[in-house]
Design a protein around this ligand. Structure first.
Ligand code: SF4
Length: 405
Protein backbone atom coordinates (compact mmCIF):
# COMPACT_ATOMS: atom_id res chain seq x y z
CA UNK A 1 0.00 0.00 0.00
CA UNK A 2 1.23 3.45 -0.90
CA UNK A 3 1.02 6.22 1.64
CA UNK A 4 -2.24 8.04 1.17
CA UNK A 5 -1.93 11.12 -1.02
CA UNK A 6 -2.50 14.27 0.98
CA UNK A 7 -5.41 16.37 -0.21
CA UNK A 8 -7.34 19.36 1.04
CA UNK A 9 -10.02 18.47 3.55
CA UNK A 10 -13.66 19.46 3.16
CA UNK A 11 -16.34 19.11 5.80
CA UNK A 12 -19.62 17.51 4.78
CA UNK A 13 -21.98 17.97 7.70
CA UNK A 14 -19.33 16.77 10.16
CA UNK A 15 -17.86 14.05 7.94
CA UNK A 16 -14.40 14.93 6.63
CA UNK A 17 -13.40 14.15 3.06
CA UNK A 18 -9.71 14.44 2.21
CA UNK A 19 -6.78 15.44 4.35
CA UNK A 20 -6.26 12.93 7.13
CA UNK A 21 -9.95 11.92 7.26
CA UNK A 22 -10.66 8.21 6.71
CA UNK A 23 -11.88 7.32 3.21
CA UNK A 24 -15.60 8.05 3.37
CA UNK A 25 -18.06 5.48 2.09
CA UNK A 26 -21.15 6.66 0.30
CA UNK A 27 -24.11 5.46 -1.69
CA UNK A 28 -27.16 6.93 -3.34
CA UNK A 29 -30.82 6.26 -2.73
CA UNK A 30 -32.83 4.60 -5.47
CA UNK A 31 -36.16 6.00 -4.25
CA UNK A 32 -38.01 9.04 -5.51
CA UNK A 33 -36.79 11.57 -2.99
CA UNK A 34 -40.24 13.09 -2.66
CA UNK A 35 -41.43 9.74 -1.28
CA UNK A 36 -40.25 10.81 2.12
CA UNK A 37 -40.84 7.67 4.19
CA UNK A 38 -39.28 5.33 1.62
CA UNK A 39 -36.29 7.63 1.22
CA UNK A 40 -35.73 7.96 4.96
CA UNK A 41 -36.06 4.19 5.36
CA UNK A 42 -33.42 3.57 2.69
CA UNK A 43 -31.04 6.20 4.11
CA UNK A 44 -31.34 4.65 7.56
CA UNK A 45 -30.65 1.16 6.18
CA UNK A 46 -27.60 2.45 4.32
CA UNK A 47 -26.33 4.23 7.44
CA UNK A 48 -26.79 1.07 9.54
CA UNK A 49 -24.82 -0.87 6.92
CA UNK A 50 -21.91 1.58 7.19
CA UNK A 51 -22.57 4.54 4.87
CA UNK A 52 -20.85 7.74 5.98
CA UNK A 53 -22.81 9.86 3.47
CA UNK A 54 -25.87 9.31 1.30
CA UNK A 55 -26.75 11.14 -1.91
CA UNK A 56 -30.29 11.80 -3.07
CA UNK A 57 -31.47 12.95 -6.49
CA UNK A 58 -33.43 16.20 -6.60
CA UNK A 59 -34.68 16.55 -10.18
CA UNK A 60 -38.00 18.05 -9.12
CA UNK A 61 -39.21 20.76 -6.77
CA UNK A 62 -41.13 18.06 -4.85
CA UNK A 63 -37.75 16.50 -4.04
CA UNK A 64 -36.19 19.64 -2.57
CA UNK A 65 -39.42 20.31 -0.65
CA UNK A 66 -39.01 16.87 0.95
CA UNK A 67 -35.42 17.58 2.02
CA UNK A 68 -36.13 19.28 5.38
CA UNK A 69 -38.09 16.20 6.55
CA UNK A 70 -35.47 13.80 5.24
CA UNK A 71 -32.57 15.77 6.68
CA UNK A 72 -34.25 15.83 10.08
CA UNK A 73 -34.48 12.04 10.12
CA UNK A 74 -31.15 11.19 8.51
CA UNK A 75 -28.40 9.76 10.74
CA UNK A 76 -25.72 10.74 8.18
CA UNK A 77 -25.03 13.89 6.12
CA UNK A 78 -26.81 14.09 2.79
CA UNK A 79 -25.69 15.16 -0.67
CA UNK A 80 -28.09 16.65 -3.23
CA UNK A 81 -27.56 15.44 -6.77
CA UNK A 82 -28.27 18.33 -9.13
CA UNK A 83 -28.04 18.13 -12.89
CA UNK A 84 -29.71 20.71 -15.06
CA UNK A 85 -31.70 22.93 -12.72
CA UNK A 86 -29.74 25.40 -10.69
CA UNK A 87 -32.99 26.20 -8.80
CA UNK A 88 -32.82 22.71 -7.24
CA UNK A 89 -29.33 23.47 -5.97
CA UNK A 90 -30.49 26.73 -4.42
CA UNK A 91 -33.52 25.04 -2.82
CA UNK A 92 -31.38 22.18 -1.48
CA UNK A 93 -28.93 24.68 0.03
CA UNK A 94 -31.83 26.55 1.60
CA UNK A 95 -33.15 23.27 3.03
CA UNK A 96 -29.82 22.65 4.79
CA UNK A 97 -28.22 20.05 2.54
CA UNK A 98 -24.63 19.14 3.48
CA UNK A 99 -23.09 18.90 0.01
CA UNK A 100 -24.06 19.52 -3.60
CA UNK A 101 -23.14 17.41 -6.60
CA UNK A 102 -23.05 19.69 -9.60
CA UNK A 103 -21.79 19.50 -13.16
CA UNK A 104 -21.22 23.11 -14.24
CA UNK A 105 -21.33 21.92 -17.87
CA UNK A 106 -25.01 21.09 -17.46
CA UNK A 107 -25.88 24.62 -16.38
CA UNK A 108 -25.20 26.88 -19.31
CA UNK A 109 -25.67 30.21 -17.56
CA UNK A 110 -22.38 30.95 -15.78
CA UNK A 111 -24.09 33.50 -13.52
CA UNK A 112 -26.34 30.74 -12.15
CA UNK A 113 -23.37 28.53 -11.36
CA UNK A 114 -21.77 31.48 -9.60
CA UNK A 115 -24.91 31.97 -7.51
CA UNK A 116 -24.79 28.35 -6.37
CA UNK A 117 -21.11 28.68 -5.52
CA UNK A 118 -21.75 31.92 -3.57
CA UNK A 119 -24.59 30.30 -1.60
CA UNK A 120 -22.44 27.25 -0.77
CA UNK A 121 -19.53 29.47 0.22
CA UNK A 122 -21.72 31.44 2.59
CA UNK A 123 -22.87 28.26 4.35
CA UNK A 124 -19.67 26.19 4.14
CA UNK A 125 -21.24 23.57 1.87
CA UNK A 126 -18.81 21.62 -0.36
CA UNK A 127 -19.54 20.98 -4.04
CA UNK A 128 -18.58 17.87 -6.00
CA UNK A 129 -17.64 18.65 -9.56
CA UNK A 130 -18.07 15.71 -11.91
CA UNK A 131 -16.46 15.19 -15.30
CA UNK A 132 -17.89 11.73 -15.76
CA UNK A 133 -17.80 9.88 -19.06
CA UNK A 134 -21.58 9.70 -19.36
CA UNK A 135 -22.08 13.46 -19.46
CA UNK A 136 -18.76 14.72 -20.76
CA UNK A 137 -19.72 15.46 -24.37
CA UNK A 138 -21.16 18.92 -24.89
CA UNK A 139 -24.97 18.79 -25.14
CA UNK A 140 -26.12 22.24 -26.16
CA UNK A 141 -23.42 23.86 -28.33
CA UNK A 142 -23.84 21.88 -31.56
CA UNK A 143 -20.50 22.73 -33.15
CA UNK A 144 -18.58 21.97 -29.96
CA UNK A 145 -20.53 18.69 -29.62
CA UNK A 146 -19.65 17.67 -33.19
CA UNK A 147 -16.01 18.55 -32.60
CA UNK A 148 -15.82 16.53 -29.38
CA UNK A 149 -17.56 13.51 -30.92
CA UNK A 150 -15.14 13.54 -33.85
CA UNK A 151 -12.21 13.80 -31.45
CA UNK A 152 -13.48 10.79 -29.51
CA UNK A 153 -13.99 8.75 -32.68
CA UNK A 154 -10.35 9.22 -33.66
CA UNK A 155 -8.95 7.94 -30.32
CA UNK A 156 -11.66 7.29 -27.77
CA UNK A 157 -9.59 6.40 -24.77
CA UNK A 158 -6.81 8.98 -25.03
CA UNK A 159 -9.08 11.80 -26.08
CA UNK A 160 -11.77 11.01 -23.50
CA UNK A 161 -9.28 11.51 -20.70
CA UNK A 162 -8.00 14.69 -22.36
CA UNK A 163 -11.55 16.08 -22.70
CA UNK A 164 -12.27 15.18 -19.07
CA UNK A 165 -9.13 16.98 -17.92
CA UNK A 166 -9.75 20.03 -20.12
CA UNK A 167 -13.31 20.38 -18.84
CA UNK A 168 -12.24 19.87 -15.27
CA UNK A 169 -9.72 22.68 -15.64
CA UNK A 170 -12.39 24.87 -17.23
CA UNK A 171 -14.86 24.17 -14.40
CA UNK A 172 -12.32 24.60 -11.62
CA UNK A 173 -11.43 28.04 -12.96
CA UNK A 174 -15.02 29.08 -12.14
CA UNK A 175 -14.50 27.96 -8.55
CA UNK A 176 -11.04 29.54 -8.36
CA UNK A 177 -12.45 32.86 -9.58
CA UNK A 178 -14.99 32.71 -6.74
CA UNK A 179 -12.19 31.83 -4.29
CA UNK A 180 -14.17 28.66 -3.48
CA UNK A 181 -12.06 25.65 -2.57
CA UNK A 182 -14.47 23.26 -0.83
CA UNK A 183 -14.41 21.15 -3.97
CA UNK A 184 -14.45 17.38 -4.44
CA UNK A 185 -13.66 15.99 -7.90
CA UNK A 186 -15.00 12.92 -9.69
CA UNK A 187 -14.04 11.56 -13.11
CA UNK A 188 -15.94 8.32 -13.54
CA UNK A 189 -15.95 6.07 -16.58
CA UNK A 190 -17.43 2.72 -17.51
CA UNK A 191 -13.93 1.40 -18.22
CA UNK A 192 -11.90 0.68 -15.04
CA UNK A 193 -8.60 1.36 -16.81
CA UNK A 194 -9.80 4.81 -17.87
CA UNK A 195 -10.92 5.45 -14.29
CA UNK A 196 -7.45 4.52 -13.02
CA UNK A 197 -5.64 6.71 -15.57
CA UNK A 198 -8.01 9.69 -15.24
CA UNK A 199 -7.87 9.83 -11.44
CA UNK A 200 -4.12 9.21 -11.40
CA UNK A 201 -3.58 12.18 -13.70
CA UNK A 202 -6.02 14.35 -11.73
CA UNK A 203 -4.19 13.48 -8.51
CA UNK A 204 -0.99 14.82 -10.09
CA UNK A 205 -2.61 18.10 -11.08
CA UNK A 206 -4.85 19.02 -8.14
CA UNK A 207 -4.90 18.64 -4.41
CA UNK A 208 -8.69 18.60 -4.12
CA UNK A 209 -10.12 15.44 -2.56
CA UNK A 210 -11.26 12.77 -5.01
CA UNK A 211 -14.58 10.91 -5.14
CA UNK A 212 -13.86 7.55 -6.79
CA UNK A 213 -16.35 5.53 -8.77
CA UNK A 214 -16.99 3.45 -11.87
CA UNK A 215 -20.11 4.61 -13.62
CA UNK A 216 -22.82 2.32 -14.99
CA UNK A 217 -21.02 -0.70 -13.59
CA UNK A 218 -24.11 -2.91 -13.88
CA UNK A 219 -25.51 -5.37 -11.34
CA UNK A 220 -23.25 -6.64 -8.54
CA UNK A 221 -22.45 -9.81 -10.49
CA UNK A 222 -20.73 -7.82 -13.25
CA UNK A 223 -20.11 -4.50 -11.57
CA UNK A 224 -18.27 -5.84 -8.54
CA UNK A 225 -15.08 -6.83 -10.36
CA UNK A 226 -15.21 -3.73 -12.55
CA UNK A 227 -15.51 -1.44 -9.54
CA UNK A 228 -13.01 -3.18 -7.30
CA UNK A 229 -10.43 -3.31 -10.11
CA UNK A 230 -10.44 0.46 -10.47
CA UNK A 231 -11.09 1.57 -6.91
CA UNK A 232 -8.79 -1.04 -5.38
CA UNK A 233 -5.90 -0.05 -7.67
CA UNK A 234 -6.33 3.65 -6.95
CA UNK A 235 -6.78 3.26 -3.20
CA UNK A 236 -3.79 0.91 -2.98
CA UNK A 237 -1.77 3.63 -4.67
CA UNK A 238 -2.88 6.22 -2.11
CA UNK A 239 -5.48 7.91 -4.34
CA UNK A 240 -9.07 8.52 -3.28
CA UNK A 241 -10.85 10.23 -0.39
CA UNK A 242 -14.42 8.98 -0.75
CA UNK A 243 -15.84 6.07 -2.74
CA UNK A 244 -19.12 5.03 -4.17
CA UNK A 245 -19.52 1.60 -5.71
CA UNK A 246 -22.59 1.87 -7.92
CA UNK A 247 -24.78 -1.06 -8.85
CA UNK A 248 -28.04 -1.57 -10.68
CA UNK A 249 -29.47 -3.13 -7.52
CA UNK A 250 -30.46 -2.35 -3.93
CA UNK A 251 -27.83 0.23 -2.86
CA UNK A 252 -27.22 -1.73 0.35
CA UNK A 253 -24.89 -3.92 -1.76
CA UNK A 254 -22.85 -0.83 -2.65
CA UNK A 255 -22.16 -0.18 1.02
CA UNK A 256 -21.51 -3.84 1.87
CA UNK A 257 -18.97 -4.19 -0.93
CA UNK A 258 -17.43 -0.74 -0.42
CA UNK A 259 -16.95 -1.49 3.26
CA UNK A 260 -15.33 -4.84 2.51
CA UNK A 261 -13.00 -3.18 -0.01
CA UNK A 262 -11.91 -0.55 2.53
CA UNK A 263 -11.45 -3.21 5.24
CA UNK A 264 -9.39 -5.40 2.90
CA UNK A 265 -7.10 -2.46 2.15
CA UNK A 266 -6.75 -1.59 5.83
CA UNK A 267 -8.47 1.75 5.25
CA UNK A 268 -11.36 1.05 7.59
CA UNK A 269 -11.30 -0.94 10.81
CA UNK A 270 -13.33 -4.10 10.65
CA UNK A 271 -16.28 -3.92 13.02
CA UNK A 272 -18.00 -7.19 12.16
CA UNK A 273 -16.93 -10.84 12.10
CA UNK A 274 -14.59 -11.83 9.30
CA UNK A 275 -15.07 -15.25 7.74
CA UNK A 276 -12.34 -17.07 5.89
CA UNK A 277 -12.94 -20.49 4.35
CA UNK A 278 -11.04 -22.93 2.20
CA UNK A 279 -12.20 -23.42 -1.41
CA UNK A 280 -12.41 -27.22 -0.84
CA UNK A 281 -10.76 -29.88 -2.97
CA UNK A 282 -10.67 -33.65 -3.37
CA UNK A 283 -9.64 -34.08 0.27
CA UNK A 284 -12.95 -32.80 1.62
CA UNK A 285 -14.93 -35.15 3.84
CA UNK A 286 -17.78 -32.93 5.06
CA UNK A 287 -20.36 -30.67 3.40
CA UNK A 288 -18.23 -27.57 3.80
CA UNK A 289 -20.22 -25.25 1.51
CA UNK A 290 -23.32 -25.70 3.66
CA UNK A 291 -21.30 -25.21 6.85
CA UNK A 292 -19.75 -21.99 5.48
CA UNK A 293 -23.16 -20.62 4.46
CA UNK A 294 -24.64 -21.44 7.87
CA UNK A 295 -21.66 -20.01 9.78
CA UNK A 296 -21.86 -16.79 7.75
CA UNK A 297 -25.53 -16.31 8.55
CA UNK A 298 -25.11 -17.10 12.23
CA UNK A 299 -22.12 -14.83 12.64
CA UNK A 300 -24.00 -11.93 11.04
CA UNK A 301 -26.96 -12.52 13.36
CA UNK A 302 -25.20 -13.30 16.64
CA UNK A 303 -21.68 -11.86 16.76
CA UNK A 304 -21.05 -8.14 16.91
CA UNK A 305 -17.26 -8.05 17.34
CA UNK A 306 -14.72 -8.40 14.49
CA UNK A 307 -13.88 -12.00 15.42
CA UNK A 308 -11.92 -13.73 12.64
CA UNK A 309 -13.42 -17.14 12.00
CA UNK A 310 -11.86 -19.80 9.76
CA UNK A 311 -13.72 -22.78 8.32
CA UNK A 312 -11.32 -25.24 6.72
CA UNK A 313 -12.07 -28.46 4.90
CA UNK A 314 -9.35 -30.77 6.13
CA UNK A 315 -6.41 -31.27 8.42
CA UNK A 316 -3.82 -31.16 5.62
CA UNK A 317 -3.63 -27.38 5.44
CA UNK A 318 -6.19 -26.58 8.09
CA UNK A 319 -4.07 -25.61 11.10
CA UNK A 320 -1.51 -23.65 9.09
CA UNK A 321 -4.09 -21.72 7.12
CA UNK A 322 -6.14 -21.04 10.24
CA UNK A 323 -3.23 -19.20 11.82
CA UNK A 324 -4.34 -15.73 12.83
CA UNK A 325 -7.99 -16.71 13.15
CA UNK A 326 -9.62 -16.19 16.53
CA UNK A 327 -11.86 -19.21 16.14
CA UNK A 328 -11.13 -21.95 13.61
CA UNK A 329 -12.54 -25.30 12.70
CA UNK A 330 -10.91 -27.82 10.46
CA UNK A 331 -12.90 -30.77 9.37
CA UNK A 332 -12.01 -34.31 8.48
CA UNK A 333 -13.35 -37.84 8.79
CA UNK A 334 -16.82 -36.47 9.63
CA UNK A 335 -15.48 -34.53 12.58
CA UNK A 336 -14.40 -30.98 13.27
CA UNK A 337 -11.52 -29.85 15.46
CA UNK A 338 -12.01 -26.39 16.92
CA UNK A 339 -9.22 -24.00 17.88
CA UNK A 340 -9.62 -20.74 19.79
CA UNK A 341 -6.74 -18.31 19.39
CA UNK A 342 -4.34 -21.10 18.61
CA UNK A 343 -5.43 -23.46 21.39
CA UNK A 344 -7.20 -26.70 20.53
CA UNK A 345 -10.54 -26.71 22.38
CA UNK A 346 -12.75 -29.55 21.24
CA UNK A 347 -13.41 -32.20 18.62
CA UNK A 348 -17.04 -32.59 17.61
CA UNK A 349 -19.03 -34.78 15.18
CA UNK A 350 -20.12 -33.23 11.86
CA UNK A 351 -23.68 -32.54 13.06
CA UNK A 352 -22.31 -30.51 16.01
CA UNK A 353 -19.78 -28.44 14.06
CA UNK A 354 -21.97 -25.36 13.49
CA UNK A 355 -23.29 -25.16 17.05
CA UNK A 356 -19.92 -25.84 18.67
CA UNK A 357 -18.19 -23.23 16.52
CA UNK A 358 -20.84 -20.65 17.42
CA UNK A 359 -20.57 -21.53 21.13
CA UNK A 360 -16.85 -20.80 21.00
CA UNK A 361 -17.45 -17.52 19.12
CA UNK A 362 -20.03 -16.41 21.69
CA UNK A 363 -17.74 -17.40 24.58
CA UNK A 364 -14.86 -15.43 23.06
CA UNK A 365 -17.11 -12.44 22.46
CA UNK A 366 -18.24 -12.53 26.10
CA UNK A 367 -14.63 -12.80 27.29
CA UNK A 368 -13.59 -9.82 25.14
CA UNK A 369 -16.52 -7.77 26.43
CA UNK A 370 -15.55 -8.60 30.02
CA UNK A 371 -12.00 -7.48 29.24
CA UNK A 372 -10.61 -11.00 29.74
CA UNK A 373 -9.51 -11.55 26.14
CA UNK A 374 -8.50 -9.52 23.09
CA UNK A 375 -8.91 -10.27 19.42
CA UNK A 376 -5.79 -11.24 17.53
CA UNK A 377 -6.56 -9.01 14.56
CA UNK A 378 -6.87 -6.01 16.86
CA UNK A 379 -3.10 -6.13 17.37
CA UNK A 380 -1.91 -6.24 13.78
CA UNK A 381 0.35 -3.25 13.32
CA UNK A 382 1.14 -2.74 9.64
CA UNK A 383 3.80 -0.18 8.94
CA UNK A 384 3.11 1.33 5.50
CA UNK A 385 5.87 0.60 2.96
CA UNK A 386 7.40 3.28 0.78
CA UNK A 387 4.94 4.69 -1.78
CA UNK A 388 4.62 2.67 -4.95
CA UNK A 389 6.09 4.53 -7.91
CA UNK A 390 3.61 5.42 -10.63
CA UNK A 391 3.97 4.23 -14.20
CA UNK A 392 6.07 7.25 -15.19
CA UNK A 393 8.42 6.76 -12.27
CA UNK A 394 7.03 9.65 -10.18
CA UNK A 395 6.19 9.02 -6.55
CA UNK A 396 2.82 9.92 -4.94
CA UNK A 397 2.74 12.86 -2.53
CA UNK A 398 3.34 12.01 1.08
CA UNK A 399 3.13 15.43 2.71
CA UNK A 400 0.65 18.28 2.72
CA UNK A 401 1.07 20.98 0.14
CA UNK A 402 -0.31 22.16 -3.11
CA UNK A 403 -0.20 19.43 -5.68
CA UNK A 404 -1.59 21.72 -8.29
CA UNK A 405 0.69 22.50 -11.18
S1 SF4 B 1 -8.06 -27.05 3.57
FE1 SF4 B 1 -8.02 -29.19 2.87
S2 SF4 B 1 -10.00 -29.48 1.79
FE2 SF4 B 1 -9.68 -27.25 1.97
S3 SF4 B 1 -8.67 -26.76 0.02
FE3 SF4 B 1 -7.05 -27.02 1.57
S4 SF4 B 1 -6.42 -29.16 1.26
FE4 SF4 B 1 -8.44 -28.96 0.25
Amino acid sequence: MAVRRKTRRVNVGGVGIGGDAPVALQSMTSTYTYEIDKTIDQIQRLARAGADLVRVAVPDRRDTEALPHILAASPVPLVADVHFHFERAMEAIEAGIHKIRLNPGNIQDRAKVQRVIAACKERGIPIRVGVNEGGIVERKDKSRRAEEKATLESNYRGNLIRIMLDKLDEYLRIFDEADFHDVVISAKSIDPTIVIDAYTEISRRYDYPLHLGVTHAGPPETGRIRSVTALGALLANGIGDTIRISYAADPIHEIEDGKELLCCLGLRPRTEPELIACPTCGRIEVDLFKLVTDVRQKLAAEISLPIKVAVMGCVVNGPGECEGADVAIFAGNRKGIIYVQGQQRQTVPEDRMLDALLEECRALQDAVQRGEATLTNAHVDVKPPDPLPRRDGSVPLTVAGSARR
